[in-house]
Design a protein around this ligand. Structure first.
Ligand code: ZN
Length: 302
């Protein structure tokens, strides 16, 4: 099953629903960055959370989730577009911890250590129509550090939207890879019937774990069915989601160009070229001597 995301509504549009299966894209991100098992869980949850959140705001072009904590992971970043693409990285991909007392990945400790952490949410819009609005950033202290609860806390506090978030990443030690990942976001509008909310809270608390459903072949719609129980819902949209970076060879060239002539001449003389690695996707772009000389002597444009 390829990665996908669905959006739906229930109870006369008073409940908004988003569910996603992100196994392949999380696995790609983790193999690109060579993350440890616990760092894979952290990165996978953050990427999936960014995709969910990226679908909740109108007119949005980029949504960035950033974690800064005292734990050994350092910081972590995920950036999603409303079109279903996401990219991201963690500062210390090799950081790892033994499982916590529940036998689960100790993502909270990896992020917070013995201290604290902040979750920053940045929304940018307006690029495509040439009206670059100031990016909006909101921050909340991370209470659990397990990411899903922290995103829910952000939505409840900063956006005043009553929200429940679940994120899951299953890491198979024998295969040394992520074999299931996904997420669920349920939002109640202010006019939602409190009785319906109680019903949903009840079914969500009793539903199987997300990665268990996904490992058994459930798609995003079946995840919503498990979450809502007998409450009917409508699926409004289904889109593919994927790991995709915005870097390119052309961007690498323009970054090198911006360094200026002296620096580029230095690269030619000392190293006969240069390598540039993208932090978001770990892709390396090599500019050889000829490529660097081409930057110094741009073609004549008439
Ligand atoms: Zn990249």
């Amino acid at each position: 099953m390829t990665d996908h995301l669905i959006q739906g509504t229930a109870a006369n549009n008073t409940i908004r629903l988003i569910a996603t299966v992100t196994t392949d894209l999380v696995n790609e991100a983790c193999s690109r960055h060579n993350t440890s098992p616990t760092a894979s869980a952290a990165l996978g949850r953050l990427l999936t959370g960014a995709l969910l959140l990226g679908r909740t705001f109108k007119d949005l072009e980029i949504l960035m989730l950033q974690i800064r904590g005292d734990g050994s992971l350092g910081s972590a970043t995920a950036e999603a577009s409303p079109h279903g693409t996401v990219r991201g990285y963690v500062n210390n991909p090799e950081a790892d911890l033994p499982p916590n007392e529940l036998g689960k990945f100790d993502v909270g400790k990896l992020i917070k250590g013995n201290g604290s952490a902040m979750l920053n949410v940045t929304r940018e819009a307006g690029f495509e129509i040439g009206l670059r609005k100031e990016p909006y950033t909101g921050s909340v202290p991370m209470t659990s550090g397990e990411i899903a609860e922290d995103i829910a806390y952000y939505l409840n506090r900063s956006e005043q939207i009553n929200s429940a978030v679940a994120l899951g990443v299953f890491y198979e030690y024998e295969q040394a890879q992520v074999t299931a990942a996904g997420g669920l976001l349920i939002q109640a509008m202010p006019d939602a019937d409190p009785n319906i909310l109680v019903m949903i809270e009840d079914t969500v608390s009793r539903m199987p774990h997300l990665t268990e459903l996904i490992r058994n072949g459930a798609d995003a719609e079946q995840i919503l069915q498990e979450a809502l129980g007998i409450i009917p819902f409508d699926v409004m949209e289904r889109i593919p989601v994927e790991f995709r970076c915005r870097c390119s060879y052309e961007r690498a060239v323009s970054l090198i160009t911006a360094l200026g002539e002296a620096e580029i001449k230095d690269m030619i003389e000392k190293d006969n070229g240069t390598d540039l690695t993208c932090g978001f996707c770990n892709e390396t772009y090599s500019l050889d001597e000829a490529a660097l000389r081409a930057i110094l002597t741009p073609p004549i444009v008439m």
